[in-house]
Design a protein. Structure first.
Length: 533
């Protein structure tokens, strides 16, 4: 067959057909083959079977431009419902469903595309993929990819796409790698409106190493375009509960809106980025994702993480690592390698409820952005933390932050929240690793009353002394705020001792009378003169 066209207003149904090799219902065997279903046509394929292309096998193009249903079709290797050696296009007026299509592998053959397998796939209209599966029986050496869709080339979503992936799975005991519970693609571009819900990749008997990308596995690159609305909920795998970006690029574009909620993995509850460059921008939320071993939301292997965009807003909340039996720890991002780097640039806002870990030696740089570390967060940077370009980094009381080295320059600001007599602080490995230029600002801030006579250690160190810091710091490097208003300079002092840079609040004169107040001010003056001496 060279060309099959289903004209407008016509209906075709294929049910219960079987082929031993290719195309249970339809086979097109040369590159000029084109199968097209037009905008008002309807096609239904159910319970067809073949070795590859359970319903349709075409060496050429397939165009699904109208209404269609593919349900309960089955193959043993490639394309549970549809296989194309060229392209599959879902038109702007398409409205279709792929449901319950399966690949069941019983021999040592690669299994790809529980519903659709093609060189490239393009979505422009409305399509739903639900409960499509790839299952490898036994422990054969099998590579499996794309519980719903597999593309050896590109998967592209247009601006008019409205596509849902729900309950698609890969389940195997194979000794080879596999991934992409919903989509496996060499490159992928998301646009329009896309939902990924409860998709999964599972290895039933072997190490979790062999399951990657509960919703998406991208081999060479993935982009989420501006204007996209994407949600990832309840997806699961071992490496990257929602997305596994193997290499190349993973780019979230400013103007996109993306939510990751309740995804789970052993490593990278929402995202595992192994190598290349990961660019994070847009309105992005990571909420309640979990990992049993590492990285509640994002794990970075040898990749670099760059956060950009003046309108970017990224929120991490409720992401955790651990288990019910061993206890849970709050965690957002893990940088695995000593060469891993995370850079936050431009005037966006970032909110971390769990914190950042780069204990192998990775670095963190923040320039211009506004970054908040909540009281529940724990951050540990094995390399250098740099705050510059007018960036503001705020830490709530209760947050912990350790780093090998700290540089604050070019009007960078650190804001330390308080809770009674306690404040947030940064702990640095050695005082010699602390660099604060003349424009650096350390701010003690509270939304409730300070504990008077209390000392608040802002920056501490575990070795070395602060003599060089004491010589360089002036009162211009410090401020004390209450409910956003500056406190009277006469009511506080700053100091540098052998262990920390601190701010101390002087008792209120009302507690001791006028003479006590004057004595307190005199004491403050004496301390300042000693520092200058």
């Amino acid at each position: 067959m060279n060309t099959l066209t289903v004209e407008e207003r016509n209906t075709v149904k294929f049910s219960g057909n079987t082929a031993r090799t290719y195309g249970g219902a339809i086979y097109g065997g040369n590159s000029s083959t084109a199968l097209s279903f037009y905008s008002t046509g309807y096609a239904e394929f159910s319970k067809n079977r073949a070795a590859s292309g359970g319903a349709i096998y075409s060496v050429g193009r397939i165009n699904l431009l109208g209404d269609f249903t593919f349900s309960q079709n089955q193959s043993n290797e490639l394309g549970g419902a549809v296989y194309s050696g060229s392209s599959v296009t879902f038109g702007a007026l398409s409205n279709g469903t792929f449901s319950g299509n399966t690949i069941t592998a019983t021999t040592e053959l690669d299994t790809r595309g529980g519903a659709v397998n093609a060189a490239s796939v393009t979505f422009k209209g409305k399509t739903t993929f639900e409960n499509n599966t790839i299952t490898a029986v036994g422990s054969k050496s099998i590579n499996s990819g794309g519980g719903a869709v597999y593309a050896s080339g590109a998967v592209t979503f247009g601006d008019t796409a409205n596509v849902k992936f729900e309950g698609n799975t890969i389940s195997s005991a194979a000794t080879q790698s596999f991934g992409g519970g919903a989509i496996f693609a060499n490159t992928l571009k998301l646009a329009g409106t896309v939902e990924f819900t409860n998709n999964s990749v599972k290895n039933t008997t072997l190490s979790t190493l062999f399951s990657s990308g509960g919703a998406i596995f991208s081999f060479s690159g993935m982009e989420i375009a501006s204007g996209t609305t994407a949600t990832f909920s309840g997806n699961s795998a071992a490496y990257g509960g929602a997305i596994n970006a193997y290499k190349g690029y993973l780019t979230f574009t400013e103007g996109a809106s993306v939510t990751f909620r309740g995804n789970s993995a052993a490593r990278g509850g929402a995202i595992y980025a192994d190598a290349g460059t990961f660019t994070l921008a847009g309105d992005v939320k990571f909420l309640d994702n979990t990992a049993s071993a590492q990285a509640g939301a994002i794990q970075i292997g040898e990749a670099t993480l760059e956060c950009t965009g003046d309108t970017t807003r990224v929120v991490f909340s409720g992401n955790r690592v651990g288990s019910d039996s061993k206890g849970w720890k709050n965690n957002d991002i893990l940088l695995v390698k000593a060469t891993s780097a995370m850079a936050i640039r431009d005037a966006g806002t970032y909110d971390f409820g769990g914190g950042i870990l780069a204990t192998a030696g990775g670095s963190l740089s923040i320039d211009e952005a506004n970054v908040t570390f909540r009281a529940t967060s724990a951050t540990a940077i094995g390399g250098t933390t740099t705050v510059s370009g007018g960036a503001t980094v705020s830490m709530e009381a209760g947050a912990t932050f350790t780093t090998k080295a700290l540089t604050v320059r070019s009007s960078g600001k650190l804001v330390f929240g308080t809770q009674g007599a306690e404040s947030a602080s940064i702990v640095v490995a050695d005082a010699a690793n602390i660099s604060l230029d003349a424009t650096a600002c350390l701010e003690l801030a509270a939304s409730s009353a300070y504990a008077h006579s209390a000392r608040y250690d802002l920056i501490e160190w575990t070795s070395g002394d602060g003599s060089a810091l004491a010589a360089g710091l002036t009162r211009d490097n410090f401020s004390v705020m209450m409910n956003g208003l500056a406190c009277d300079d006469a009511m506080w002092i700053f100091g540098v001792d052998a262990n920390s840079i601190y701010v101390e609040l002087i008792p209120e004169p009302s507690h001791f009378g006028v003479f006590a107040g004057l004595a307190a001010l005199a004491l403050a003056g004496t301390r300042r003169r000693r520092k200058k001496a």
